[in-house]
Design a protein around this ligand. Structure first.
Ligand SMILES: NC(=O)c1ccc[n+]([C@@H]2O[C@H](COP(=O)([O-])OP(=O)(O)OC[C@H]3O[C@@H](n4cnc5c(N)ncnc54)[C@H](O)[C@@H]3O)[C@@H](O)[C@H]2O)c1
Length: 245
């Protein structure tokens, strides 16, 4: 258990499935009140979390939807202390030369502009909170690029730059803004089910496997907790050593 998370009012975007659901679960287990925002149905994760969670429909690619959802969160939870920007899509796998305007801009709109929209709507509430926190889910793709996923990599690099910029802007208010950069994470919509890799060496995976969503959720929960008090604008690697290869 991490100190400070009990009774914190938390918003997790893309919390219906995958990494976001694991983050919602972990923060709820830590005693936080969790609002799960998603375009997908949140009934299952909200039922799992019982009285500590509320599901709110939200499309992060729409400013009106984000503004309404954040207002709804504040009304239901009585304020907002923590935002986890996790909603994301990876887009089609195609060389840049064969990528349409629509495919490129869609992934940037959801992954990067969506993060911007949610931060903008949430900021006045985070500044008013005693320990405001933002954790943005970036990716190793945003640091190293990704062949066939130029829009995704560019969006995630943008999420990192947004994190660094916002951290500086709000530092004096006490709001801490950090990012995490996972490598491959199984049991998610983006990667699919956790592969059975027993006995197989995996290229570029020093730990011999990919991550599970609860491992990313543990890092996010730590960043949201009172254990972290002097770190902002940072990007936390969770690639199992892959990023150093
Ligand atoms: N799985 C990986 O290997 C991996 C690696 C690095 C980073 N990430 C990042 O982690 C985050 C979560 O991905 P995941 O792997 O759990 O994928 P996922 O597909 O399992 O979950 C993504 C969630 O976001 C929601 N979502 C999609 N578009 C949305 C929108 N416009 N508005 C609101 N919600 C929306 C989906 O409905 C879904 O519930 C993403 O930002 C992704 O880029 C994932």
């Amino acid at each position: 258990m991490y100190p400070g998370l009990a009774h914190r009012r938390v918003l997790v975007t893309g919390g219906a499935a995958g990494i976001g659901a694991a983050i919602a679960r972990r923060l709820s287990d830590e005693g936080a009140y969790v609002a799960v925002l998603d375009v997908a149905d949140t009934a299952s994760i909200v039922a799992e979390l019982g009285g500590r969670a509320v599901g709110i429909p939200c499309d992060v690619s729409s400013t009106a939807s984000v503004n309404a959802a954040v207002a709804h969160v504040v009304e239901r939870l009585g304020g907002l202390d923590v935002v986890v920007n996790n909603a994301g899509i990876i887009g089609p796998n195609a060389p840049l030369a064969e990528t349409s305007d629509a495919d490129f801009t869609r992934v940037v709109d959801v992954d990067l502009v969506g993060t911007f929209r949610v931060c903008r709507a949430a900021l006045p509430h985070l500044v008013a909170a005693t320990a405001g926190r933002v954790v943005n889910i970036a990716s190793i793709a945003g640091l190293e690029g990704n062949k066939g996923r130029s829009g995704y990599a560019a969006a995630k690099a943008g999420v990192i730059a947004l994190t660094q910029s916002l951290a500086r802007e709000v530092a004096e208010s006490g709001v801490l803004v950090n990012a995490v950069a996972p490598g491959s994470v199984g049991d998610t919509g983006i990667v699919g089910p956790m592969p059975d890799l027993a006995g197989r060496a995996i290229p570029n995976q020093p730990l011999g496997r990919i991550a599970g969503p609860p491992e990313v959720a543990a890092l996010v929960a730590w960043l949201c907790s009172d254990e972290v008090s002097f770190s902002t604008g940072a990007v936390y690697d969770i690639t199992g050593g892959r990023a150093v290869y």
